[in-house]
Write a protein that binds this ligand. Structure first.
Ligand code: URC
Length: 310
């Protein structure tokens, strides 16, 4: 044989597993990206195509989701240890397993202005913002006479682990989507808002305070809206900003629906019910893309439809 096989490994990479744990109305998230790489007595599959020693990568993926439900995700390390041990101990030809984990951290959106130690009845306990600052944006134009100031943000990722439904939509011969009465709602907000100040007599806004408050109203409206669609949530976020911030006349959003599909674990005899705290598959594409402008009544729509170059 003129060639020989060198190092080899295989497995399912980037399993996006999200585990919601419910403690009454208080929810907790673990959000991981888990990659499995197995090696062992795998010469034959390369040389002759015999799959006799191959545990399918599809099975390694299912194991990740099933383990998340059965054992929970205590930590990235503990979850990785469980998986690595499982593959090597339960599958004879597999002699080595490498589990790589990326963990995405989420912070609670605190909706109560009061000391968060005293959780009020209307405090939301299922709304999260992904850690890591969003990117703040601004575009200023001046034509010698007046200014136009757009402020904005992108990369603000938020999630509600309940209080979201989607049903009652059009159904045609191509519809397969099942109506959902308790789903995860997650999106990465891109938004641009226009200040009414144009350099004239109006008071110049305090840009820092205006940004912080706008973001706060956006987050609170996201957390507090019981959502029947992402479109409805978007409109609530926009109106909250317009109604709370006198200096802003127009706001536009571009919000991808970051789908989280509840994993079917029935084939493994595991129930994955929402009410018990379920395991979800975070899909990255395709995604629904919901975009709209919210205006103060009587204001002109001046923010471009396509905000990518702002
Ligand atoms: O909030 C949603 N709005 C939609 O328009 C839509 N379409 C879809 O398939 N899922 C969803 N969710």
């Amino acid at each position: 044989m003129p060639t020989i096989l060198g190092q080899n490994q295989y497995g399912k990479a980037e399993n996006r597993v999200v585990k919601i744990t419910r403690e009454g109305d208080t929810h907790h998230i673990k959000d991981l990206n888990v990659s499995v790489a197995l090696s062992g007595e795998l010469d034959e599959v390369h040389y002759s195509g015999s799959n006799a020693n191959v545990l399918p990568t599809d099975t390694t993926k299912n194991t990740v989701f099933a383990f998340a439900k059965e054992h929970g995700i205590e930590s990235a390390e503990q979850f990785g240890i469980l998986l690595a041990q499982h593959f090597v101990d339960s599958c004879e030809p597999i002699t080595k397993a490498r589990i790589r984990v990326e963990e995405y951290d989420w912070e609670r959106i605190e909706t109560s202005e009061a000391n968060s130690k005293f959780i009020g009845a209307d405090d939301v306990r299922h709304s999260f913002v992904r850690k890591g600052a969003e990117t703040r944006t601004a575009q200023i134009t001046y034509d010698g006479e007046g200014f136009q100031v757009f402020s904005g943000l992108k990369g603000l990722t938020v999630m509600n682990s309940t209080n979201s439904e989607f049903w009652g939509y059009i159904k045609d011969r191509y519809t397969t989507l099942r109506e959902d009465y308790d789903r995860i709602l997650a999106t990465e907000v891109t938004s641009v808002w226009r200040h009414s100040w144009d350099g004239g007599d109006k008071r110049r806004p305090n840009w820092e305070k205006s940004y912080q408050q706008t973001k706060k109203h956006m987050l609170h409206a996201f957390a507090e809206t019981y959502s029947l669609s992402l479109q409805q949530t978007l409109y609530q976020m926009g109106s909250r900003v317009i109604n709370s911030r006198a200096e802003i006349d127009e706001i536009r959003f571009s919000m991808p629906n970051k789908h989280h599909f509840r994993v079917d674990l029935e084939p493994f005899g595991i129930k994955n019910e929402t009410a018990d705290g379920a395991v979800y598959y975070a899909a990255d594409r395709p995604y629904g893309l919901i975009e709209a402008t919210v205006l103060r009544d009587g204001a002109e729509a001046l923010i471009p439809v396509d905000m990518t170059n702002l």
